[in-house]
Design a protein around this ligand. Sequence first.
Ligand SMILES: [Zn+2]
Length: 258
Amino acid sequence: MFNVTPIAIYSDNYVWIIQHQGCVIVVDPGLGEPVIEFLKDNNLTLDYILVTHKHWDHVTGIASLKEHFPQCKVYGTGHEDIPCLEHPLLGGENVELAGLNWHVIHTPGHTLGQIAFYVEDLSGQGHLFSADNIFACGCGRMFEGTAEQFQSSLAGLISYPTNTLIYGTHEYTLANINFALHIEPNNTYTLHRQDVCSELRSQGLPTLPTTIADELKSNPFLRWGQPDVIRAAEHHKGAQLHGPAQVFAEIRLMKDQF
Ligand SMILES: [Zn+2]
């Protein structure tokens, strides 16, 4: 059984805890204490920490987890300075963890060194730990990369099977949906999603994981080929745009100013 639990930290981050065949893996521990508390409450020890990128809200808990669980191994991006990193990954590798084959993907854009992880459980279901690339109806900010790099990273991630579950690290969904509806006011799937996600949030529940299929239908940062999205981007730019990276760049700029 591949079991994934979100731990909410700060105002809108999630740390994902994965349990599989007695192994425990934590992704991007931006804070240590709530993770330690969860593991203790459930009589679990920690085997692996996976780290996608260097930002403080993804790495701050690594040292305290290492202190509590000295046997755990830290795998993460080798392109960036990550605390306690023991197994640097550059992307393109396959890593055997918890009896499963994890595919490491280099995804420059949000930062230049960010990586993501894709794994299929024993039933064949795909799980994508997408870091600050894809969120529900949104994407990370473009701090370091170019629009070409970011769009190409996103295109790579959405090439996995459409039923793949996506575990982003932020609960930005309702704000993202507002922006998505600004870009595509007539997208009935996004309107439906707004109802579903508003209900989840009113019950204090996470709106993640999402799926690649859901994102393809409603995420404006992945819909660079849709006429309505191109039209909104070109209207904002005041000029014709050529190709997915240019459309993505303009949509990203519109969100920054929204
Ligand atoms: Zn980040």
